[in-house]
Design a protein. Structure first.
Length: 211
């Protein structure tokens, strides 16, 4: 594993990013207590970054692929107007239970609709355009998620994809997940329908703007 950012610098960046708020502290503690891979949560820097992106594109409709216990979901929901909508997908019932609890408690929870089931099946049923899409689920489907999401993203809309550097494994793609991530990164960079930038935020974030 290659550390993308020096540990002390990462901590400094964290300490100089606004805290997410008390509800996120409790969500983090519960996720660490009850879930086996709590490190999947986006955390403060990426969470605030997603929220900032949602504000910058004036998002009214957001799609999230990979809700887990709802940290990134709630961060983005906070950026939506009162009548904004966030549709989020997952397959884990354990994660859903925790997420639902915090969505009910949050004053922004009414903007969120949870769609349980394989995300590709959920996406196939969506027709109204989205302003922003966050992709953070099973890596093997990343190229499929990209193609399907591009169809339902409005022109001028934004896709953010998490884990595109995959702890450095993309430098030598060997397993299926890494090959899928590398395929997506190459496809996006060559795709004339979009502009993109690959950022070294956390585990790598690809920002994709649809022309
Ligand atoms: C990295 S976690 C998402 C973390 C979340 N964004 C957060 O910040 O807390 C990935 C999630 O994708 C879900 N997932 C995996 N395969 C999926 C699929 N085919 N369809 C929908 N969700 C899936 C997993 O259950 C897991 O909760």
């Amino acid at each position: 594993m290659i550390p993308i950012v020096d540990k002390n610098l990462e901590q400094y960046a964290h300490d100089h990013t606004k805290p997410e708020g008390e509800i996120f502290e409790r969500l983090k503690v519960e996720t660490h207590k009850k879930m086996s891979s709590p490190q999947m949560q986006v955390g403060r820097i990426e969470g605030q970054f997603l929220k900032m992106l949602a504000r910058l594109v004036n998002a009214r409709r957001i799609l999230e692929i990979g809700m887990f216990t709802g940290c990134s979901t709630l961060m983005m929901a906070e950026a939506l107007p009162e009548d904004g909508q966030l549709i989020t997908c997952d397959i884990s019932l354990d994660a859903e239970k925790i997420a639902r609890h915090y969505f009910t408690e949050s004053p922004h929870g009414h903007k969120i609709t949870i769609c349980m089931g394989p995300a590709l099946e959920t996406i196939a049923k969506l027709t109204e355009p989205f302003d922003m899409i966050f992709i953070d689920a099973d890596k093997g489907n990343y190229p499929n998620y990209y193609e399907e999401c591009l169809k339902i993203l409005r022109p001028g809309g934004l896709i953010a994809v998490d884990n595109v550097l995959w702890s450095g494994r993309v430098l030598k793609p060997e397993d299926e997940d890494t090959i899928a991530i590398d395929t997506l990164n190459k496809r996006v960079t060559e795709d004339s329908r979009v502009e993109n930038v690959c950022l070294t935020v956390r585990d790598g974030m690809m920002l994709i703007w649809k022309k």
